[in-house]
Design a protein around this ligand. Structure first.
Ligand code: 13P
Ligand code: SF4
Length: 329
């Protein structure tokens, strides 16, 4: 009998002679499992995954898979979304404590009170939130479909947007709306330094600045291109600049560099003494934990059925709207 420890993962010694890539690929076949990974995962995890994508792409892949087990190398809300869409499948996450500061910034109790103050507003929530928030929402969105979803609604529709105030105010600016914003933010995208990025740009005048919409307005104002992780990745492949300053979590650089080998990619510097812009939640997952969670099928995402059904409604709306609008992650 194996059990997860208090920190939320399996702490079992692994034979150091094992080739974990080989073992994980063997387990995929034996268990008819699919490994889905976000771009912010460490390079080894991205390399062993069956699919690497942004939040929308991962949700679409999870919705369409015929695998029996979904191994989600990402954070909790992503694995939870996969479970909401696949109640009959086993969904495992290498580290159950891999959370999200943005999701944590919006507790359902407080959000319910906020929502009650705006009874005539539709609630659009960014997918980076708990099932409890999804259950209180009308439509879910991601960074790749938020603008299109908002644009598809009647111009006089009153809207609450949660939990990311940066993405929300960016969409307000792009659409000319005045959505009421929940005051949440991502700890990784909030710490980029405008001053350091500006200095970098002076040293690399031909570099283009590309940014994720979770960044603060001051960073978005100087960006040449703004998009979801997949959109940023595609941009560096198709755009003709040779140097990019990349304002999002540094994990994206792995695939970005592989897909655009001739280009120079510079991670945008954060406003602190260390030079890192890693998401501490995403980086809780390791190749070792991934192997153990596949082998022992733990930790597993277990959900209350009532909550699952309630939180599925706004996700289904997003999936349908994305399909109708032709948006893939
Ligand atoms: P996307 O990959 O959907 O752009 O989201 C970024 C992110 O912060 C995920 O937590
Ligand atoms: Fe959450 Fe930010 Fe980490 Fe994404 S990068 S999982 S939004 S804390």
């Amino acid at each position: 009998m194996v059990d997860i420890n208090v920190d939320g993962f399996l702490n079992i010694e692994i034979d150091p002679s094992l080739d974990l890539f080989q073992e994980i690929n063997k387990l995929k076949k034996e268990k008819n499992a699919i490994v889905l990974a976000h771009y912010y995962q460490e390079p080894d995890i991205q390399d062993v995954a069956d699919y690497v994508g942004d939040s929308l792409g991962l949700a679409q892949k999870a919705a369409g898979t015929t695998a029996d087990m979904i191994v989600f190398a990402g954070v909790h809300f992503m694995a939870e979304t996969a479970k909401i869409l696949n109640p009959e499948k086993k969904v495992v996450l290498p580290d159950l404590k891999a959370g999200c500061s943005l999701s944590d910034s919006c507790p359902p109790g407080l959000f319910k009170a906020f929502k009650d103050k705006h009874p005539d507003h539709l609630v659009i929530s960014y997918i980076n939130c708990s099932a409890g928030i999804k259950a209180l929402s009308d439509i879910i969105c991601t960074s790749s479909n938020a603008k299109a979803i908002v644009d598809s609604l009647p111009p006089d529709q009153k809207i609450i947007f949660a939990p990311d105030k940066n993405l929300g105010s960016y969409i307000n600016k792009k659409t000319g709306r005045n959505m009421v914003l929940w005051n949440g933010a991502c700890m990784v995208h909030e710490i980029f330094s405008l001053e350091k990025i500006t200095k970098l740009k002076v040293r690399h005048p031909l570099a283009k600045i590309i940014a994720h919409p979770e960044c603060e307005e001051a960073i978005l104002n100087i960006a040449d291109f703004i998009g979801s992780t997949t959109q940023l990745l595609k941009y560096t492949q198709t755009d003709d600049a040779l140097v990019y300053i990349v304002a999002t979590e540094a994990g994206i650089l792995h695939k970005m560099q592989a897909n655009a080998p001739g280009k120079t990619l510079i991670a945008a510097p954060p406003d602190n003494s260390c030079a890192c812009n890693d998401c501490p939640h995403m980086k809780l997952n390791t190749l070792e934990k991934l192997y153990l969670c596949m082998k022992y099928e733990l930790p597993e995402i277990i959900m209350d059925e009532q909550l699952r059904l309630q939180s599925k409604v706004p996700i289904d709306r997003m999936m349908k709207m994305s399909q109708d609008l032709g948006i893939v992650g």
